[in-house]
Design a protein around this ligand. Structure first.
Ligand code: HEM
Length: 183
């Protein structure tokens, strides 16, 4: 059975070198030099930090959106995708008090998260991890992970900028943007 649990371990070791760590909103994370992404059993935290999340069922996409995204979504681990971004995000209590249809209206209709995001496929591969589904409290609600080729760095910046300007991001109260290079 494939695992749903992933640990992002920031410290002095790991396949990914940290290029930058930016606190976009709220409290920063301690700077580390390397990151490893570990499936299943989380390793003990060394000198840095460990963030954990699980992949889960989709909450917002319609069948048509799901099929459109699936048709153009690349896998993680492409040899030429030597760049990555780990963006942990926490949304506000106000977001979580909304009902499912209200959240979908903000995310998809008002903010166009899904249709805007789709324009950046297949250049960017992604995996969304949920933290609220864990049995322990987490400082973030989501760990978002993206992989892309070096020539698509600017493209990814454009996408992140576009999403941060939307109504959905009014509900983001903590966001850290960690850029990485595999080496
Ligand atoms: C690469 C293009 C992207 C596409 C195609 C995309 C697509 C999606 C989709 C379809 C969902 C909803 C999944 C569901 O139905 O539950 C989602 C959720 C999410 N995405 Fe993106 N996204 C992209 C980029 C980004 C970026 C760059 C960020 C962060 C800066 C981001 C942050 C999130 C977060 C935090 C959620 C969870 C929202 C929630 O459940 O409240 N996405 N994305």
């Amino acid at each position: 059975m494939s695992t749903r649990l992933f640990s992002f371990v920031g410290g002095a070791a790991g396949a990914w070198r940290v290029l930058s760590t930016t606190a976009v909103k709220g409290e920063p994370l301690p700077a580390v030099s390397r990151l490893s992404v570990v499936a299943d059993t989380p390793p003990a935290a060394g000198s840095g930090w460990v963030l954990r999340g699980v992949t889960s069922n989709e909450r917002y996409v319609t069948r048509a959106e799901h099929d459109q995204l699936s048709a153009v979504s690349p896998p993680l681990g492409r040899p030429d995708a030597a760049c990555a971004a780990l963006i942990p995000i926490r949304k506000s209590a106000a977001w979580w008090l909304l009902s499912q249809d209200e959240r979908r209206e903000i995310l998809a209709d008002r903010s166009q998260h899904i249709s805007v995001g789709q324009k950046y496929l297949p250049a960017i591969a992604r995996r969304l991890h949920h933290c609220r589904d864990l049995d322990v409290a987490s400082p973030f609600d989501f760990l978002t992970w993206f992989e892309f080729a070096p020539e698509h760095r600017q493209l990814f910046d454009d996408l992140a900028g576009a999403l941060r300007a939307t109504a959905e991001w009014n509900f983001v109260e903590r966001e850290v943007d960690i850029r990485l290079q595999r080496e």
